[in-house]
Design a protein around this ligand. Structure first.
Ligand SMILES: *[C@@H]1O[C@H](CO)[C@@H](O)[C@H](O)[C@H]1NC(C)=O
Ligand SMILES: *[C@@H]1O[C@H](CO)[C@@H](O)[C@H](O)[C@H]1NC(C)=O
Length: 380
């Protein structure tokens, strides 16, 4: 090998040695040297045009009637194996069993893990990642799933468009304790330092979700932490979940982002990303409550005509039902202590035959003819 070639070869080797580990294992944070405004220097996707979280401006959302309620599968069948609670230095994570999934999206999604984002109880009053009309909630739960119909595993899916589906649950505080959340919060004191893990009793994951899974916001976005892959179909529920102030305080004050062996302890707080520009995107809603206020005169006319047609339709149906009941009631109210007469069994069939025959000619005629016919036949 020529000396120059060797030199270049060694240079390249050096570059690889210094460059590769630096970007792969970079220890990002929410503020400071590798804070959120710096993420994109190390993780280029973080400056993409479809990032999360976003502020949901409700007047600019679009109602999409095809957005059906989501169905969590197996969320309540947790089995006997314990869950693992993990402090990864950025959040608290619970790994989810692979039989938990999500139906109601164009593909089937398999659950992977869930985690939380929260604030510091300070005057900034942040905590949630998604905001609605500029307002933060106190915390936010994310349940992460991957598209197991198209991809073999989470690591492949997370880089693909439509690869992930995340449920976003906004959490606010109130007077009452939310016992479901104690299944997590009661064990935080055992994983105070980063990298600590503890097995916890399995519990009903669905009890963490709002009861109404039919009203939500839907948009295409990204992971809210590096590497910020733009692979997430987001569902942010309209209904918030409530925990007590004492419960929120546990979340905000018990965990450290530093490791047990670190000299300085750093509280794990304010682990939420700022909202990102919507750019070209539209946020769809599965419900139309907001748009009801701003109907155009054309829409009002359409609704009035629609309602009138509906009323006429209902009236016609009621008239038909009443007639049918009248025509059958005479033998339905026979005294019950005597044996049911044979015609009771065969009549409905006969009536049906008759009806079908008549329907070929004229329905109204069928109704007329049927009315007087039962009494003479059923009286023994
Ligand atoms: C995920 O699937 C890909 C493709 O089949 C495979 O190469 C990779 O090793 C898998 N990763 C994990 C973590 O199982
Ligand atoms: C998300 O992007 C896909 C294209 O990749 C598009 O078909 C779909 O309608 C988008 N969904 C939303 C909610 O914008």
């Amino acid at each position: 090998m020529e000396p120059l070639d060797l030199f270049i070869f060694l240079m390249l080797l050096c570059l690889q040695w210094t460059a590769a580990p630096a970007t792969k294992n970079i220890d990002w944070t929410y503020t400071g040297l590798v804070g959120q405004s710096e993420w994109s220097q190390y993780f280029p996707d973080c400056s993409g045009d479809s990032q999360s979280p976003v502020d949901v401006v409700t007047t600019q959302t679009k109602y999409d009637p095809s957005l059906i309620p989501l169905t969590p599968l197996g969320y309540s069948q947790h089995g006997n194996a314990p869950f693992t609670l993990y402090n990864n230095g950025h959040t608290v994570v619970i790994e989810l069993p692979e039989w938990m999934g999500l139906r109601g999206l164009p593909w089937f999604f398999t659950a992977v893990q869930m985690h939380l984002h929260w604030g510091s109880g300070g005057p900034s009053h942040g905590g949630s990642e998604h905001t609605i009309n500029g307002l933060s909630a106190d915390a936010e739960l994310h349940v992460v799933h991957y598209n197991s119909e198209l991809y073999p595993n989470m690591s492949t899916a997370m880089t693909q468009r439509d690869g992930l589906a995340v449920l976003g649950i906004l959490i606010v505080t109130g007077e009452e304790t939310n016992v479901a959340f104690n299944n997590i919060l009661n064990y935080l004191s055992r994983i105070r330092h980063a990298d600590q893990k503890v097995p916890i009793p399995a519990f009903d994951i669905q009890s963490l979700l709002p009861t109404d899974l039919g009203r939500y916001y839907r948009y295409n976005g990204s992971l809210t932490t590096p590497p910020c892959y733009q692979s997430v179909i987001w569902t942010v529920f309209n209904d918030r979940v409530q925990i007590s102030k004492a419960q929120l305080l546990k979340l905000e004050t018990l965990l450290y982002s530093s490791k047990a062996e670190d000299e300085y302890r750093i509280l794990l707080q304010d682990n939420y990303r700022a909202t990102q520009p919507l750019n070209h995107r539209v946020i769809f809603t599965s419900f139309s409550a907001e748009s009801g206020k701003e109907l155009s005169s054309g829409e009002v006319t359409a609704i009035v005509i629609g309602v009138m047609c509906g009323c006429v339709g209902v009236a016609v149906i009621i008239r038909f039902i009443v007639k049918t009941i009248r025509s059958t009631s005479s033998w339905d109210v026979l005294p019950s202590n005597r044996p049911a007469p044979m015609p009771r069994m065969s009549r409905p069939e006969k009536a049906n035959e008759k009806k079908q025959d008549m329907a070929l000619n004229s329905t109204s005629e069928a109704e007329k003819k049927e009315e007087p016919s039962p009494p003479p036949q059923t009286e023994p």
